[in-house]
Every structure is written in C-alpha cells, then in structure tokens.
Design a protein. Sequence first.
Length: 312
Amino acid sequence: MLPEVRVFAPATVANMICGFDILGFAVEQPGDEVIMRRKQQPGVTIKEITGDDGRLPLEPSKNTVSACVQYLLQALNIASKVGVEIELHKHMPIGSGLGSSAASTVAGLFAINVMLGNPLTKEELLPFCVEGERLACGTGHADNVAPALYGGITLIRGNEPLDVVSIPSPKELVAAVVFPQVDVPTRDARQLIKDKVLLKDAVTQWGNIAGLVAALFKEDYDLISRSMKDILIEPTRAILIPQFYEMKEIALKHGALSFGISGSGPSVVAMTRDEQIAQKIADSIQAHLKENEIESFGYVSKVNIEGPRVLN
C-alpha cells in the first residue's frame, strides 16, 4: 500500500443540454484535489477541507469522500486493516451545477484504489461513486460521476443495473462555462421538474438526444447545433437563473453551436468548435452579468478525455 497519493478529478457538465440525467462530459478545469495518506490506526478520517467556506462536514460518515472510501474498504473486507487520512481541496464552487460533489467523490475513490494497487477497474469503482451522489443530494444518478471517472462523454443507458457507454468526443468541441454566483440548490431545481410531459414534446427531445449522439460519433458540428436543444427541463429551470435568456442571446450571437444549463444550474454552458470563440462568449457573458451586479466565474475547456489523474 502506497504511503501517499494526490489525485485531481474534473468538474463535469451533466445533461449536455438535451440529455437530462443520461449525458455528461468532463472538463479540463475546474476540479477537486484529494491528498490521501496511510495511517497506522485503521479507519478513515478527514484531516482538512479547504475551499468550501466551512460548508462541508468533517465527520467521516457524513462526508461523501470519506464515506465512499469506507464503503469501498468494507466491500473489499479490509476496513479493519487499513487506515487513511484525507485532505480535500475544493478548487471549484459548491452548488455550481458542475458536479462539485462528484469530483470530490471520484478523486477520493480513485486515490484509495491507487493506494491499494488498483484492485478495482473504473467500472467496478462507479457504483461506489454513485453512492456518493446519493449521500450528497438524495439521488444516486451517474451523469456527473461517470464522466468524472471515465473522462470524455458518457451516456447512462440504464441505472438498474447501471449501464454506462463512453461516446467519442469531437476534437474541436470546446465548452464555455459560466457560473453566476447565485444559489440554486440541486434538490430545489429537481423539485421544479414536471412528473408528466406531452408525448409530442418527449418525441422531440428523444430526437434531439439521438441526433446529438449520432453527431458526436460523426463529428458533425451542424447536427450537434441542431440537436443540443432542451424543450423539457430548460423552460422550468431557467426561471431560477437570473439573466438566463439574455446570456443565451449573447452566446448565440457570438457563434455558439448551442447554449443551455449545466446540470441543475446556475452554471450555463455554450458549446463551440473554437477556443477563441468560447473565450469571447465567456468574457461577454461575464461582462453582462457584472453590469447586472452578478459576480461570476468563467471557464473555457475542451472535453477532458482523461478523467481523474495522479498528481506528482
């Protein structure tokens, strides 16, 4: 067992606008870092958390990182023999719609697996990551943890049993992500979603999802643009995001292929095929938000195909 491991795990854009709870991709920045050290006494403890403004619990059973590491050790029947202490360094905002809890959980599970000599594959690690999401937000969905763990773009074909498909990422695809500093809790955002939808709207959404998946395989950017539209979830969740439609207008005016909500929001994402265009969109949206007295963070990133990585 290694004495110490440092791991970075990436933020993610869940849903990819039209694929609610089934599509997501990893970005190059931001992300979270976990430092894990072996200790003599068995058990999992958290030594320090930074970047969370004191919002995350230090109690091991209530923190997603330590709780999931403990689950894994129990599943391997070595919980009584192995002791680790954890430092969690949040380099991304909590409640941003960028998979904050998923990045932390994935970093922790990837780190303990590396420390133990990689006894589990990523496919075998994924259910433990999903349990972290259940602990964090009450729902064990994989659209953030799967891309964070696998890297690239993932499709959640089914949840029971868990069935995840990796999808090719077009080489020129670039995301401009902006996080307006407003509070949109994931649980609140999910409660707004309708239980029933019109069949004609569902058919339109299915067509968009199928078109997007086909476009990603074909690297067809025009088809990506036509398909990456959400008529089911966006109209409701946009209500919670100030200046949403103004931001959308700015993104499309500056050449975005598509624009929508990242995860449950309030982060928004514009997809482009050029980093300069993406940067211009992010800068323009942030300037507009500042004019309306809303502070924000902006990120420009290609799809991160690597996922978590060990840091030197």
